[in-house]
Structure formats: structure tokens, C-alpha cells
Write a new protein. Sequence first.
Length: 163
Amino acid sequence: MRPRPTLVLALIAVLTVGLAAGCGSNNKSSGSAKSKSTSTPAITKAQFLKEGNAICARGNRQIGNAANKLFPRSGGKPSQAKLSTFARTTIIPSVQRQIDEIKALGAPAGGQATVNAIVGAAQAALDKGKRDPAVLTTNGPGPFKKANQLAKSYGLRACAAGS
């Protein structure tokens, strides 16, 4: 039995969500911590989770929409070459943007080590995908397993939905 295109798209979406594990922020916060005085309070955990999850959800939607356009349901199973191109041109740039935005959010007081671990694991996984895009489009937990686990346990559920 060969996989249906919807299964492939679902796998891509799951992998994409996983890619977002260490990702997320909004551009409003990206420069504010550096440009404001030192009396500016750090981001709260609740705000960090709200913004981080929103960024991951937005990135996941973007990747899902692109996958739906590139891989129509009636198109049969996409070739590995087409999947790798999709990973290089859509998944990787989107996830990198999400990782960069999470970094720009900063970390809540007491959460620096955890946020750094999430971002570090996500960046390491994405770097593996940059070297071999096929790992981003294959079955299984993929390279984002650790990042997903860390993100989920911290509350970045939209970022860890692939775990």
C-alpha cells in the first residue's frame, strides 16, 4: 500500500511543528530588550509562552499552506527530490526564522537555561536538516525529538506538536 499524499502532508506538518519546537517570537520584542533601559522587566513566562506558541502556530500554518499548494491531494506520492526542495525552500527558512524570533524574545527570569536548551536543540536539529534535507521529510521523530520534548515540557505546545 503506498502512502496517500495527505499522509505525506500530515508527516510534513508534524515534522514542521517539530521543527518549530525551539522557535517563536514576535518582531515587536526583537530589539526592545537591547534598546530599553536595564529597568525594563524581563518577559514573563506566560507572555513568553503566549508569544512563542503564536510564532510556532504561524510558522506551522505557513509551512502547511505551502505544502498543500505544492503537494495537491490528487498528486500522488511526491518524489524525494521534491520533498528535499520543499525542505530547503520552505521548511528550513521558516523554522530558522522561528528560532531567531524565540532568541529575540529573551527568556523569562529563571528560565534562561531551559530556553537556551530548547533553542540550542532546535538549532542543532535544523542544522542537521540543512546538511541533509531528507531528514526533515522522512517518517519517524526526526532530528527535532529532543527539542520537541524540551519545548513541550516548558509549555511551548504549538512548538512541540510534532513530538
